[in-house]
Write a protein that binds this ligand. Structure first.
Ligand SMILES: [Zn+2]
Length: 287
């Protein structure tokens, strides 16, 4: 069963990497239904099972990375009335995911099969979003779209006003139990944009955060303040290390920290990607 977070919001664990509590999609319902993110292509059947008889009217994508949008084409086929809402800069990747699939294979290494292959979504089913749009689901549930570059240039968050609930995708990082890590994966993480996004999201004064990785955060203001500090420290730590070490030595050094030693191997590989995303950013910054 999905996890009910309120009378209008349910979390669906997408079992990303075959593990619980790694990836989440969210089902919001007023009179109409919205799904936020789809998980990887491997999650399509699970999403359909968890939605049951509630065919979504909208499939909103925080961004077009395969762990968030991987099942979009399959769910569009399963739910022929559903509109897919995606950032204007993500549309071309959604309808022609060749570059995304190649980029994922290049950057995720042994995890590539677990991310799966995205299939092309039909252009005529897409609602092009730029931020500022509002979708009224009925029963007082209104979803506002927020343009939040940083993790990716085509990243969106979705704010549900009546609950003051922010569905933040990867804009506010990854939380796995006690461990928090900035979501700074290649190819287009941008630190300056991410920090501006954090500030912008704080101004919405959300009460609840719904992280794609993973779950509900209740003290949103404290979490956002801490994430700002965490991201700054993470980037500066990697910047310091790379002044003396080769890139893969930096990755090894970060992963050797005691707090990361007990992570499962799949999550250590994902963490390594987050380090490489900062290294890529620092390379671009230097140009
Ligand atoms: Zn992502």
């Amino acid at each position: 069963m999905p996890v009910s977070l309120s009378s209008s919001i349910e979390m669906i664990d997408t079992l990303q990497f075959g593990l619980p509590c790694i990836g989440a999609a969210y089902h919001i319902h007023g009179k109409r239904h919205a799904l936020i993110d789809t998980g990887t292509s491997h999650a399509a059947t699970r999403i359909r099972e968890r939605l049951g008889s509630h065919a979504p009217d909208f499939i909103f994508l925080t961004h077009v990375h395969p762990d968030h949008a991987g099942a979009s084409a399959m769910l569009a086929e399963a739910y022929p009335e559903a509109v897919i809402g995606v950032h204007e800069r993500g549309v071309r990747h959604l309808v022609d995911p060749v570059r995304i699939n190649a980029s994922v294979r290049a950057s995720t290494g042994p995890l590539a099969d677990l991310y799966g292959e995205m299939l092309p979504a039909p252009l005529e089913r897409i609602a092009v979003l730029t931020g500022g749009e509002c979708f009224d689901l009925g029963k007082g549930i209104v979803i506002e779209v927020i343009d939040v570059p940083g993790h990716a240039p085509h990243h969106l968050c979705f704010f549900e006003r009546s609950h003051r609930a922010l569905f933040c995708g990867n804009a506010l990082g990854i939380q796995r139990g006690e461990i928090r890590v900035p979501a700074t994966v290649p190819p287009s993480f941008d630190s300056e944009q991410s920090l501006a996004t954090i500030k912008r999201l704080a101004e919405y004064q959300p009460e609840y955060l719904y992280l794609s990785h993973f779950g509900e955060v209740r003290d949103a203001a404290t979490y956002i303040d801490q994430y700002d500090l965490l991201l700054r420290a993470w980037v500066e730590r990697i910047r310091d290390l790379r002044s003396n070490l080769a890139d893969e030595e930096v990755v090894h050094k970060i992963l050797s920290a005691p707090r990361f030693c007990r992570l499962k191997e799949k999550l250590r590989l994902e963490l390594a990607m987050c380090v490489r995303g900062v290294l890529d950013y620092l390379d671009r910054e230097a140009c």
